[in-house]
Design a protein around this ligand. Structure first.
Ligand code: MF3
Ligand code: CO
Length: 251
C-alpha cells in the first residue's frame, strides 16, 4: 500500500531528512586518508543522536551500524569497521538515515578521498546527475517507470550500467515502503505518481557490468567484475508544484 503524506507529515519528515543530510555532509567532510570506516560511522551516529534522532539503519534486519560505507568496487551495504582504512584515491559511498518524531530520512553520496582517477570522477558525476534526472521525472501524473527510464537512459548513454538487484523505495513512517523505485524502466509504465508520495530515489551505478555479488558477511554488495561503483540518494516528496528534495542540510 502506498501511503500519501499530508502537509503536516511532510513538515516532520523534512526534519528527519534535514538531520540525515547533515550527517551525510559531516561524514563527507571527514573523509581523508587514514580514517577508518568505523570512525566515519561514529561521526554520523553522534550527530544524529545530538539532533534528538535515531540512526534508522541500526538493527534494521540486524544491520550493525549507523551508516553503510562502501569503497571502490563495493556497491552498497558495506559494514563500517575499525580495520577498514580509507586511502588517497578511494571513492567512498556513504548511505545513512535518521528516524525523527516517527518519520524517516534516507540519503547517500559517493565522496572522493583526495585526488581520484578521471574514470572515478566521471562515474561519480554521472551517477549524481542521473539522480537529478530521476528526480526531475518524479512529477505528479507521471509514472514510476518515468523515473527509472530517466536514470537508466542517462547512465547507459555514458557506457555505465545501473544495478538492478537493488532499488529505491517509498519512505515515511517506515524506512522501506511501497512502491519500489527501480533505476531502470519504461516511460509511462508502472504506478501513477501522486502528490504526497515520498520516495527514496537512489541510483547505484557500475562502471562495468550491472551484475553484483554479496560477500559472506551477508551485507556487502560488490560489483561482479570488480569495476568501480557509485551511489547517490535523496528522499524526495512529490507535490502539486513538482518534486521537492527533502534531504537538504540546514544552511
Ligand atoms: N540505505 C538502504 C536503502 O536505501 C537501506 C540500508 S539497509 C540497512 O534502502 F540495513 F543497512 F539499513
Ligand atoms: Co534508501
Amino acid at each position: 500500500m502506498i501511503v500519501l503524506k499530508t502537509g503536516r507529515e511532510l513538515t516532520v519528515m523534512r526534519e528527519a531528512c534535514r538531520i540525515s543530510a547533515g550527517a551525510l555532509q559531516l561524514v563527507g567532510k571527514a573523509i581523508e586518508p587514514g580514517i577508518t570506516t568505523a570512525e566515519l560511522d561514529k561521526i554520523a551516529e553522534d550527530y544524529i543522536r545530538s539532533q534528538g534522532a535515531v540512526p534508522n539503519f541500526k538493527n534494521y534486519q540486524g544491520y550493525p551500524a549507523t551508516a553503510c560505507i562502501s569503497v571502490n568496487n563495493e556497491v552498497i551495504h558495506g559494514i563500517p569497521s575499525k580495520k577498514r582504512v580509507i586511502k588517497q584515491g578511494d571513492i567512498v559511498s556513504v548511505d545513512l538515515g535518521a528516524l525523527f518524531n516517527g518519520y524517516h530520512g534516507d540519503n547517500a553520496a559517493t565522496f572522493a578521498c583526495g585526488d581520484v582517477s578521471e574514470e572515478a570522477k566521471r562515474l561519480m558525476d554521472a551517477t549524481r546527475e542521473s539522480l537529478y534526472e530521476g528526480i526531475k521525472a518524479a512529477v505528479a501524473g507521471g509514472r514510476i517507470g518515468d523515473i527509472g527510464h530517466a536514470v537508466q537512459s542517462y547512465i547507459e548513454a555514458r557506457g555505465y550500467s545501473v544495478v538492478r538487484q537493488f532499488v529505491g523505495h517509498g519512505i515515511g513512517t517506515k524506512l522501506h515502503e511501497a512502491p519500489e523505485v527501480p533505476n531502470f524502466g519504461t516511460p509511462s509504465r508502472g504506478i501513477r505518481l501522486m502528490p504526497g508520495m515520498t520516495l527514496a530515489i537512489e541510483p547505484m551505478v557500475n562502471a562495468g557490468g550491472s551484475d553484483v555479488e554479496i560477500l559472506p558477511d551477508g551485507w556487502t554488495v560488490l560489483t561482479k567484475d570488480g569495476s568501480l561503483s557509485a551511489h547517490f540518494e535523496h528522499t524526495v516528496a512529490i507535490t502539486s508544484s513538482g518534486p521537492q528534495i527533502m534531504t537538504i542540510p540546514e544552511v
